[in-house]
Design a protein around this ligand. Structure first.
Ligand SMILES: *Cc1c(COP(=O)(O)O)cnc(C)c1O
Length: 356
């Protein structure tokens, strides 16, 4: 499929934020976006790169009513030599298709979608910020846009990619987060959609995050929906623990998103010859472990932050501290290693990086 390109005239381009320390996550978007349409019987068509702007959509479009929607999140990094790198982009596209399948949406051609993504990022290359820790966030999205109120898989879809320059996640240094362990609400149940990236999972998570924030916490840690006992994910991140000197994380058993950062961090841990255990870890082990010292470090992993160290847990009215208010030693080492590979300071032994 050919990609038609309609450029924004030079004189109408948006001004770039000169002071990159002012960039905030997901508020500013680049000049162009990639869009394509799907119609049952026709397949994907009309691939185009056009000026960034609103869609004209029917109020009855299925996505607005029954949330048939999926998305992805990945980043482009500016290397010291000025070139632009993507981190494991094919893994994101493969996951996009797994999400599509679960939501009864059409798959994209992975090779074509990768080319489209690269073409857009290259075209918007100027938008990839240069200072330490900054990047260009890439958001592929697919929505159902048949105008009908019947509950069924849509016969029409819109797939698009938008780009947002983002600032360094850790501007003022690493600040370990306060975690609220929800004993009342759950994120995902077996058989549900917890393992795919769909907006509905997030809509359902907001109530508990408001509750957490009222209690002075930053993020919600979800327990499994069946026993309400085993730790699963935190906010939009996978959760890893350094427990008895091993790295412990929940297995991917259907309610947890298969994070690309999680996968990469586990590979780095193994390379450091530290044992990895994918097993159920109970909330009691976490709370007691923080007190008796068996739990040494805990951190979330995700594209936006890479790692997010945990400083305290609150569960059923009890709060326990972890560490001394600093990022744990292994957490810091993993952060430096993974960002080193992404920004090109360290060798990319695993071939995770795609240079544009
Ligand atoms: C996106 C996401 C993650 C992190 O995945 P990465 O590929 O590492 O960015 C973890 N949990 C949830 C629920 C997510 O949506």
């Amino acid at each position: 499929m050919e990609i038609q390109v309609q450029k924004v005239p030079e004189s109408e381009r948006k001004p770039h934020t000169r002071d990159e320390s002012q960039l905030v996550f997901g508020r500013q978007f680049t000049d162009h976006m990639f869009v394509m349409d799907y119609d049952a019987g026709l397949g994907w068509h009309s691939a185009r790169i056009v000026p960034y702007g609103p869609f004209n959509m029917d109020p009855a479009a299925l996505v607005f009513h029954y949330a048939q929607e999926i998305f992805e999140g990945l980043k482009a990094f500016r290397r010291p030599d000025g070139r632009i790198a993507l981190f494991r982009p094919k893994d994101n596209i493969a996951r996009f298709n797994r999400s599509a399948e679960r939501l009864c949406m059409p798959k994209v051609d992975e090779g074509f979608f990768f080319e489209a993504l690269k073409t857009l990022v290259k075209m918007e290359g100027e938008w990839v910020p240069k200072s330490q820790g900054t990047s260009l966030y890439i958001r592929p999205t697919m929505i159902a846009n048949e105008a009908v109120l019947g509950v069924k898989p849509s016969s029409k879809y819109l797939c698009y990619i938008i780009l947002s320059p983002v600032g360094a996640y850790y501007k003022g240094g690493f600040k370990p987060v306060k975690i609220w362990i929800s004993d009342e609400y759950v994120r995902a149940a077996p058989g549900g959609t917890g393992e795919v990236k769909t907006g509905g999972n997030y809509a359902a998570s907001l109530y508990a995050s408001v509750e957490a924030s009222k209690a002075g916490c930053d993020q919600v840690l979800w327990l499994d929906a069946v026993h309400r006992r085993y730790v699963e994910e935190v906010g939009s991140m996978n959760m890893l623990f350094v427990y008895d000197g091993k790295v412990v994380t929940s297995p991917l058993h259907g309610t947890i998103l298969d994070g690309i950062t999680r996968r990469s961090i586990l590979a780095l841990v193994q390379e450091m010859e530290i044992a990895v255990e994918e097993r159920a870890l109970s909330v009691d082990e976490v709370m007691e472990g923080a007190v008796n010292g068996r739990l040494q470090e805990a951190f979330g992993t995700g594209t936006a932050c890479v790692v997010s160290p945990v400083g305290q847990f609150t569960y059923k009215g009890r709060t326990v501290q972890l560490g001394n208010g600093q990022m744990g030693e292994l957490t810091a080492k993993l952060y430096d290693t993974l960002t080193g590979i992404q920004y090109g300071r360290l060798a990319d032994k695993h071939q995770w990086v795609e240079i544009l």
